[in-house]
Design a binder for this molecule. Structure first.
Ligand code: ZN
Length: 191
């Protein structure tokens, strides 16, 4: 499963959903006290299990060290706490971002496409917020969970920026973004 983190990032790059150093992915196996996350600033096409950052979890808190995890660590950690999910993926897919820039809420767009809503719950857009900020982390968490902290969607768009998805496996999270990106391309080309 750790190998899949690198495989997913390479596939995202080959599809031009990220540039070389963009995007991030984290993974946490149920019952295990380690968070695996892509390192900050590295070329994502070179990720192998040995370069994935391992952060111990002690008494429900992350133990930080001199390792350099992704700058979006807080967003990943908010979604990974309390075994909500096992994988979080953040990318910058072209048509998802373009659809939001054209003024559309992805939640509403997805309602028109059964190939998305049958398998992927799409949340309302996260507003335009600075990358790697605490505000982006908390707003993404707010859009993806209900007041009890339970997940209510599989993917959300983040205005002027990208999308974040969750899944049991990196490829599950990838597929949620893939489905949304596909219908966003159709939606924009139909106008
Ligand atoms: Zn980003």
């Amino acid at each position: 499963m750790i190998t899949a983190i690198g495989d997913v990032m390479r596939e995202a790059y080959s599809r031009r959903w990220i540039t070389t150093r963009d995007g991030n992915c984290s993974m946490r196996q149920r019952g295990r006290d380690t968070l695996y996350i892509t390192p900050s600033g590295t070329r994502k096409t070179t990720i192998i299990p040995e370069t994935v950052v391992r952060l111990p979890i002690f008494e429900s808190k992350l133990v930080l060290s001199d390792k350099r995890p992704s700058g979006e660590l807080e967003m990943h950690w908010l979604l990974q706490q309390e075994d909500k999910t096992q994988c979080v993926l953040h990318l910058h897919p072209t048509y998802i971002v373009a659809t939001m820039m054209a003024g559309h809420d992805l939640h509403d767009v997805a309602k028109e496409f059964p190939e998305v809503y049958r398998y992927t719950r799409v949340g309302h857009n996260v507003p335009k917020l600075p990358a790697v900020s605490a505000e982006l982390a908390s707003s993404t968490y707010f859009q993806m969970t209900d007041p009890s902290g339970a997940l209510i969607c599989d993917v959300v768009g983040q205005a002027n920026h990208g999308a974040t998805s969750v899944g049991k496996h990196p490829w599950d999270a990838f597929e949620h973004i893939e489905r949304l990106e596909h219908i966003c391309e159709i939606f924009l080309k139909s106008r």
